[in-house]
Design a protein around this ligand. Structure first.
Ligand SMILES: [Ca+2]
Ligand SMILES: [Ca+2]
Ligand SMILES: [Ca+2]
Length: 324
């Protein structure tokens, strides 16, 4: 045992050589990993060089409990009264497998209205889109399966937007994830509850995380306003045979979104005859033929295809008939 003091004195010199290189992970070395370290010493006691090992120190890496949550939506989700889906990503930034309980809060300060949360689902088929009946619902309390260290999970929050909301109204929904093993101040330890039998220790995130997703109400509708002016053959406004009626149909698109495939149609009324070549859109003449321009006219009446029209704009179609 006379060698013991000598051995201890040399041990620090040998530690550097014994360090193990490990791949980088967000959460560091995996929980449960054994880190072993043995020092050695060489000496000459008079009978030639002798090398002796120290005892081996083995430590087991504890499990860090950490998590991040982010919104996966590129911006506020455009929505209308009815159902909507917010998409989040949860990442286990700890170093061991961990499950998380999830809670969605629709009552975020500053909301113009609050949604009703109908449920939480995970992206079972991994396509980034909520698929009813395919993606697994998490039922109360909503808890994920264990997620491997460094792995992520896409989570959907399913909400209902109430009636009575106004165009442009906004609402946020927050999603809280908490490590099932426990949360708390960084450094809080849960003895023996780590992966591989070590301890679980709360990491810098507190083992919980919150992210917020946003909804923006886009209600777009169309008002159609029709008016008529009459000019008689005598230069007056008498409604007599031979008089010309000019109909104007104004489509007003209201709201923050847009409408698509907006088509305005009208029929020449009984006892009148369409005036060939009188069809116009915003004052520009359209041919009666069904061709490349937006309009056409025939025995069934006029039709103008306005396509996609943004909220806050209006288009006016005019045409003329004569009274038979
Ligand atoms: Ca765990
Ligand atoms: Ca899916
Ligand atoms: Ca045409």
């Amino acid at each position: 045992m006379t060698k013991a003091p000598f051995r201890l004195a040399l041990a620090p010199l040998a530690i550097a050589a014994a360090l193990i290189t490990t791949p980088a992970h967000a959460g560091g070395v995996k929980a449960g990993t054994l880190i072993e370290n043995t020092a050695s010493a060489t000496y000459d006691g008079g009978a030639g060089p002798v090398t002796i090992p120290s005892n081996t120190i083995t430590v087991k890496v504890d499990e860090l409990l950490d998590v991040t949550v982010t919104s996966r939506d590129s911006g506020p989700v455009s929505a209308a009264p009815g159902s909507a889906v917010l998409t989040f990503e949860l990442t286990n930034t700890g170093n061991g497998p961990e499950a998380y309980t999830l809670a969605a809060n629709p009552a975020v300060a500053g909301n113009d209205f609050d949604t009703t949360v109908n449920g939480l689902a995970v992206d079972t088929n991994g396509n980034g889109v909520y698929d009813p009946g395919v993606d697994q619902m998490l039922t109360g309390p909503a808890t994920t399966a264990a997620i491997a260290a460094d792995a992520s999970l896409t989570v959907f929050v399913l909400v209902t937007i109430p009636g009575g909301v106004a165009d442009g109204d906004q609402s946020d929904v927050s999603l809280l994830a908490e490590a099932v093993t426990g949360t708390g101040a960084p450094g809080t330890a849960f003895t023996g509850q780590g992966a591989g039998g070590g301890n679980a220790i709360v990491g810098s995130t507190g083992a919980n995380a919150t992210a917020t997703g946003s909804l923006s109400v886009g209600i777009t509708d169309v008002d159609l306003i029709k008016s008529a002016t009459v000019r008689d053959p005598f230069g007056g406004t008498g409604i007599v045979p031979g008089a010309t009626i000019t109909y104007a149909i104004r489509a007003e698109v209201r709201g923050s979104g847009s409408v698509s495939d907006l088509v305005v149609t009208d029929a020449a009324p009984a006892d009148t005859t369409y005036v060939a070549g009188s069809l116009k859109l915003d004052g520009a003449t359209l041919t009666d033929a069904a061709d490349a321009d937006a309009g056409r006219s025939g025995t069934s009446g006029i039709s103008v295809d306005l396509g996609t029209v943004s909220g806050g704009s209006s288009r006016t179609v005019t045409f003329q008939v004569t009274i038979d």
